[in-house]
Design a binder for this molecule. Structure first.
Ligand code: FMN
Length: 208
């Protein structure tokens, strides 16, 4: 498939929950699938990326795959548009931009609560509200344990409103050997529910 014709447009928001590596690996999978990505990260995500992955973010999104050791495809930069978290007028802020899927991975309980309450104070929250009001796909991947009743209540409200709650919670039935095997299984699940074809997911074939 030619690089000039991306198949889908996805908004990927990385918030400040633990598991920043999930955001990086999902970005790589989306780009490998030649998906157009509207990328946002929160100030807390910037801090967690530095603390967990040693990645210092600037305004250049290529650092996200270069510093994670990926062999970058020369076409990837053309597929990614990085938006300031504060730019509530950027493309993902409008339903008319036609973004069909918004993913928050990892999703902090702070961002999750804000979305549940209908808030749109920053671009991540706004993009999520747009997905809900336009009845498009919103995938929220919280990473927290244990969960309070407040957290569960927010998740319940969001599921009721049409969001998918997809916890960043890997399975073990694919016999993971490396941390990347666990991370990739969660990211591949997200790709799967987005309907973007990929080869990274382990598919259970059944057992007797
Ligand atoms: C190293 C680190 C790890 C964190 N891990 C989590 C976490 O796993 N889940 C969570 O909900 N918040 C976590 N937090 C707290 C969030 O970063 C904090 O609530 C922040 O306000 C979230 O902001 P954001 O939603 O705008 O990214 C963590 C913070 C730090 C510094």
């Amino acid at each position: 498939m030619p690089h000039s014709s991306p198949r889908a447009s996805v908004c990927l928001a990385v918030s400040g929950a633990s598991g920043a590596i999930y955001g990086i690996r999902l970005l790589r999978m989306l780009l490998q699938a030649e998906t157009q990505v509207e990328l946002i990260y929160t100030p807390a995500a910037r801090r967690v990326l530095a603390e967990e992955c040693g990645i210092v973010l600037g305004t250049d999104p290529t650092v996200l795959w270069q510093e994670s050791g990926a062999a970058a495809d020369e076409n990837w930069p053309t597929l990614v548009q990085l938006h300031s978290h504060q730019n509530i007028g950027a493309k993902p802020a409008s339903g008319s931009a036609g973004i069909q899927t918004v993913i928050v991975l990892p999703c902090s309980l702070d961002t999750l609560a804000a979305i549940s309450m209908g808030r749109a104070e920053n671009l991540v929250e706004r993009a999520a509200q747009v997905a809900l009001k336009e009845q498009r796909q919103l995938i929220l991947c919280p990473r927290e344990t244990p969960l309070s009743k407040v957290h569960l209540d927010h998740m319940s409200r969001l599921a009721w409103a049409g969001a998918m709650i997809l916890p960043a919670c890997p399975g073990f039935y694919h016999q993971p050997r490396r941390m990347e095997d666990l991370v990739d299984q969660v990211c591949a699940k997200v790709m799967d529910v987005c309907g973007i074809s990929q080869t990274d997911i382990f598919r259970w074939q059944g057992s007797e």
